[in-house]
Write a new protein. Sequence first.
Length: 133
Amino acid sequence: MADRSSKKQRELLLFIDGFIKGNGYGPSYREVMRALGYKSVSTVAIHVNGLIEKGYLRKKDHSARSIEVVTLQDEVAPNTEPKASSAVTQLEEEIQRRLSASGRNEKEISILIEAATILGSKKVEDFRRDLAS
């Protein structure tokens, strides 16, 4: 893991790790795209492939939702606070945007709220309350 990951790759890695811990399986590329505000799934694929090449992620097989995190210790853990707070902020903004949208997808919002919980968001209870109303 000599190559350092980019800021977007670190945020992606934190999101994937949180999603897996919250759900027991990896996110789809489309879920990642929506959660992190990417414009296309090909952008997700580029970042995922970069993390695979650097040894941070691996695919168990070539099926959907087979991504797993190899390690967060070497690069992300020592300075997690600033990187995680950026990911949390983006996630909170996305949750708020989805809660405000008409025709909202409550299952997707619930998944994002669980990811925010894992990342240590302080707004989780407010989001859950808004989702229930």
